[in-house]
Design a protein around this ligand. Structure first.
Ligand code: NAP
Length: 314
């Protein structure tokens, strides 16, 4: 049987691939759909997969690996992996929590400032020469001191709230249970949160359980001063309802890093001037991606050594 125990699956960069090569002999599959195409002898020896990306990784991709014991995900969000299917097959799943909290929270704040200070239009005005020609940017809305609601006060939501406290914002949040906070206002449901705030920052987990959690009703409750920020997953918001609200002026705007069906966005987004769009780059710094890779590899090493997994999901 082949001595290859590790399958590398997804859009890893050269540095990340080199790290796997230096540690373990491995084979590569571009996506979960390509796993069945690896030769049968090699597949039989594979016990661990390192995975990066958002392509669905379901039971059909696990079955060709008859001795699979671990899928180590690159990223905290593992909604692409069918964990029920993994459980049925006795496969463990790991993720990379915490090390990316700061970067994603930074991006959430950047989206808020970029949206409210109209910085994309400001840049266009300046570099196009329209400013020099007498053009000016319309006045913006102040962010410091505003009211903000965090929908999902988990690891990243908490970091966002901590940053916004420094912006002297009145902080509200919704989670399934009340948390210990420095006096932030708890809301038992996502709609009551929307009614109370102008800024609505979504930091929920993705996956089936939270699909459309920020519903049409919630979006409309936000009102015409409302701005939605989403750094979680496109699925957590009813995207069609959000587009309707952005087009009609039922809400003021949005700052978005994640989308349903990304990277192929609903084309209605492209005509909107009240949105700031980013290419799912929340954790995208050298430092954080390296830290995520280390957590991922530490799970693989623990698995091969028979030690307890570092950041297990199931
Ligand atoms: P987390 O610590 O697990 O927190 C997630 C929040 O979701 C918690 O507040 C939790 O509520 C809530 N939640 C979980 N299941 C729920 C359910 N069934 N119904 C309602 N609420 C539920 O996750 P995290 O590490 O902060 O990550 C947050 C999100 O950011 C994830 O979607 C992740 O994929 C995404 N993310 C995006 C990027 C990016 O590049 N944009 C990078 C990293 C992560 P409770 O407080 O009640 O437990």
């Amino acid at each position: 049987m082949s001595d290859v125990k590790l399958l590398v699956c997804g859009a890893f960069n050269e540095e990340e691939r080199a790290r796997f090569d230096a540690n373990y002999p491995n084979v590569y599959a571009a996506s979960p759909d390509d796993i069945a195409g690896v030769d049968a002898d090699t597949r039989a020896g594979i016990t661990a997969v390192v995975f990066k990306g958002h392509a669905p990784f379901g039971g059909a991709a696990m079955d060709p690996l008859e001795n699979l014991g671990l899928i180590a995900n690159f990223g905290v969000g593992y909604d692409a992996i069918d964990v029920d299917a993994a459980n049925e097959r006795g496969v463990k799943v790991t993720n990379t929590p915490d090390v990316l909290n700061d970067d994603v929270a930074d991006l959430a704040v950047a989206l808020m400032l970029t949206q409210t200070r109209n910085m994309i239009e400001g840049d266009n005005l300046t570099r196009s020469g329209r400013w020099a020609g007498g053009g000016s940017l319309p006045l913006n809305r102040k962010m410091t001191g505003g009211t903000v609601g965090i929908c999902g006060l988990g690891r990243i939501g908490r970091e966002i709230a901590d940053r916004l406290a420094a912006f002297k914002m009145d902080i509200h949040y919704h989670s399934r249970s009340e948390k210990e906070t420095p006096g932030w206002t708890y809301h038992a449901d996502p709609k009551s949160l929307a009614e109370a705030v102008d800024w609505y920052v979504v930091a929920l987990v993705g996956g089936k359980e939270t699909e459309g959690y920020v519903s049409r009703d919630v979006i409309n409750a936000l009102g015409k001063n409302g701005v939605i920020i989403n750094i979680s997953r496109g699925t957590t918001i009813d995207e069609e309802a959000m587009l309707d609200a952005l087009e009609s002026g039922a809400i003021a705007g949005a700052g978005l890093d994640v989308f349903v069906n990304e990277p192929h966005l609903n084309e209605r987004f492209y005509d909107l001037t009240n949105v700031v769009l980013q290419p799912h780059q929340g954790s995208g710094t050298h430092e954080t991606r390296r830290a995520m890779a280390e957590v991922q590899l530490s799970n693989v090493t623990a698995f091969f050594n028979g030690d307890a997994l570092v950041t297990p999901v199931n």
